[in-house]
Design a protein. Structure first.
Length: 285
């Protein structure tokens, strides 16, 4: 990490990060949370006494990705957007890397404990949704509302076509492979150019192998006490969203499943921001 931090690639990555973060329409309180796992960067907005909402981004998207949603979310809530440890972003891995799901849960415990968040809403997209679901099961008294945005492998399997496009980047990340994956999955949608540049530059970042929580089985679902909303991208190439939405009702009969038309996995949460914000505010309200 130290070698990367002194490189030209790092300078360009962090410059791109700051460019996207500058798109946030509200003041940002930058918080660095220290723990055995390292230094976790949290970008916070909204009234300090508002109900807390924790935002966990998709893999490689960084906490900056919520720029199109934060104005609505932070109007009445205290929003904490986290750069996941070991992912591209401004969090710095410490002496104790995250290697297991228990480590992942302990890391989030440390972060929320330092932020003095005892009970919160959690919104996660993609890989962040996997982590959010695992945490809501791990700490049921701490998560009151859970919103999962196009969660992969939580309710249905992933499409082979998506895996064939994604695995080469996961095995050997390059900017070209990341760009190709996003452009293919979003059908060349008008994504924010600065965010796309940042995400592609994440391929230069010395990321750790992600720890992926497994899909809950059997009676484990019944222990989930949070109010759950699951939002699927209608054109997602990660999975069949209609089938996944139907699967939600089988394991979580009280959950609210929504399919947003005209968007794909990697377009969220930026597009369609207005429609997604309405769903999020309804779930959080």
């Amino acid at each position: 990490m130290s070698r990367f931090s002194d490189s030209t690639e790092a300078e360009k990555f962090f410059s791109a990060y700051d460019s996207v973060l500058a798109k946030w329409p509200l003041p940002i309180d930058t918080i660095d949370v220290e723990s055995d796992y390292g230094t976790t960067r949290v970008n916070a907005s909204g009234p300090v006494d508002g109900p807390p909402v924790v935002l966990l981004p998709g893999g490689g998207a960084t906490s900056t990705v919520w720029f199109a949603n934060v104005a609505a979310l932070a109007r009445d809530n205290r929003v904490f957007a986290i750069d996941p440890m070991g992912e591209p972003g401004r969090s710095v891995v410490g002496q104790k890397p995250i290697r297991t799901v228990d480590d992942l849960m302990s890391w989030l415990d440390d972060v929320l404990g330092t932020l003095e968040v005892t009970r919160t809403s959690v919104v996660g997209h993609g890989y962040g949704a996997l982590v959010a679901l695992a945490y809501a099961l791990h700490r049921p008294k701490r998560v009151g509302t859970l919103v999962l945005l196009d969660p992969p492998s939580c309710f249905a399997g992933m499409r082979l076509a998506y895996l064939l496009h994604a695995v080469p980047h996961l095995v050997r990340p390059t900017r070209e492979r990341m760009r190709s994956l996003i452009r293919w999955e979003t059908q060349k949608a008008p994504l924010d150019a600065d965010w796309l540049d940042l995400t592609e530059r994440g391929a230069d970042f010395p990321s750790a192998k992600p720890v992926v929580p497994r899909r809950p089985k059997g009676d484990r679902w019944a222990t989930l006490s949070a109010d759950v909303t699951v939002v699927f991208a209608g054109e997602s190439k990660v999975h069949n969203s209609s089938r996944a939405a139907n699967a939600v009702g089988k394991v979580l009969p009280n959950a609210h499943a929504v399919v947003l038309t005209g968007c794909s996995h990697h377009m969220l949460p930026m597009l369609p921001a207005g429609e997604l914000d309405a769903v999020l505010l309804s779930a959080l309200g």
